[in-house]
Design a protein around this ligand. Structure first.
Ligand SMILES: [Zn+2]
Length: 411
């Protein structure tokens, strides 16, 4: 098969964007509405224009490039990802998908293709939540889930409000709602992203074609026992909340595997009260993050956890759980998956169907349009560090699949 995409140009664009960092030599730090964000948008807008796209920046700072379709009245196919990074992150998380979209436009131009549907290429803001927290801000604004009222209270760690940061970027908070895409306003959304996990590297597949983004639940568990002096309270009869919590936490992986071996569970935070070295812990509060293919599986794991916690009540502890976040699985569009699979097969690339364990802009945009998500390998499965890496030939294979699928979807 003839490869249409240019590995050299892909590399050039990734390296150029990576250079717009607030922490040179210590990875990519490109926070939303920063000088580095501005420089990246200026650069990318130039590349989009070179690829034959007309460019605009929407009311919240998402950069959009458009290749007009033979029938301009049709809803466009939108392709892209986010341009912000976590602090001291890598060069690929986000930009890989933006560059894939721009390279797709370059290929259309080189082949002289005028698509029937318009093609739009997008570099979205604040997916990581690196500046204002929460994350997925650009896509949540595009889908109309966040307007000026919801955005106004948001502040960065220096106390700069989102509105002030927008004003510094030449944007007005009050206009934020104008960025929302109406229902039916896009025909499809396609995103390429690095896998951020080890599966493709281990299996040797060129690309992963995502079946669905996993269902997830984040719980806060509070176990309350009784405080006491570490020296004068005998071991017998203690109700040490941390010992009880440690027992539950240690059992979680087994409990999760018993429900579904592919499900994952993580305790990433724990607080102990009162927190003195010579005081028996009265309360232990910890997070539980559960993810699985289906919300039913997540529910089963949660109920197994609750049963285990209830056993503590029988021995004198008080137990409470609060669900802070619950998101059902997001299935990817059959039509777009079909286009991605056909493109990978045409290229002779090994591909595998796989779930996405992380949320992405595609998850949010699925509320207004059919979406597709394709993964390229991540070396050692790492991301959000300067060591994040995808070989350029691997990235080029993913971009080739995106180009071919986009060509089919816009035809
Ligand atoms: Zn990302």
């Amino acid at each position: 098969m003839a490869q249409h995409v240019s590995e050299g140009r892909i590399r050039e664009m990734i390296e150029a964007v990576a250079a717009f960092t607030a922490t040179p030599g210590r990875g990519t730090t490109r926070l939303t509405y920063s000088a580095q964000h501005r420089a990246a948008l200026d650069y990318l807008a130039g590349r989009m224009q070179e690829a034959g796209l007309s460019t605009r920046i929407d009311s919240v700072g998402n950069l959009v490039g458009r290749l007009e379709g033979a029938d301009p009245s049709l809803a466009p196919v939108l392709v892209g990802s986010h341009i912000d990074s976590v602090p001291n992150g890598g060069a690929f998380d986000g930009p890989a998908g933006v560059v894939a979209a721009i390279e797709t436009a370059f290929c259309m131009q080189q082949l002289g293709v005028t698509p029937r549907r318009p093609l739009e290429v997008i570099a979205m803001i604040e997916e990581e939540g690196g500046r204002f927290g929460g994350g997925l801000l650009g896509s949540r604004i595009l889908t109309g889930q966040l307007g000026p009222e919801a955005l106004a209270p948001m502040c960065d760690s220096e106390g700069v409000s989102l509105g002030e940061a927008m004003a510094g970027f030449g944007l007005a908070l009050q206009e934020a709602g104008a960025a929302a895409i109406p229902e039916g306003g896009i025909h499809a959304f396609l995103e390429l992203h690095i896998e951020q996990g080890p599966v493709l590297e281990q299996t040797g597949d060129a690309v992963g074609i995502v079946t669905s983004i996993v269902a997830l639940s984040q719980l806060e568990v509070r176990i309350t026992g009784a405080a006491g002096h570490a020296g004068t309270t005998p071991m017998a009869g203690r109700r040490d909340a941390l010992v009880a919590a440690a027992g539950v936490i240690a059992e979680l992986p087994g409990l999760c595997a018993a429900v579904d071996p592919r499900a994952v569970v993580t305790v990433g935070q724990i607080d102990v009260h009162p927190g003195g070295a010579n005081v028996i812990p009265e309360a232990a509060i910890f997070s539980v993050d559960v993810r699985a293919d289906r919300v039913g599986t997540v529910d089963e794991i949660k109920s197994a956890l609750r049963t285990r916690l209830a056993s503590l009540e029988a021995v004198g502890y008080a137990v409470g759980t609060e669900e802070l976040l619950a998101v059902p699985e997001t299935p990817m569009s059959e039509e777009i998956r079909g286009a991605l699979i056909a493109a990978a097969e045409d290229c002779g690339f090994a591909w595998r169907p796989m779930p996405s364990g992380a949320g992405h802009d595609a998850m949010v945009l699925s509320k207004i349009a059919p979406v597709g998500l394709i993964f390229v390998p991540s070396r050692d499965g790492v991301s959000h560090t300067p060591e994040e890496w995808t070989d350029y030939d691997q990235l080029a294979r993913g971009v080739e699949v995106v180009f071919r699928a986009t060509r089919a979807l816009t035809a």
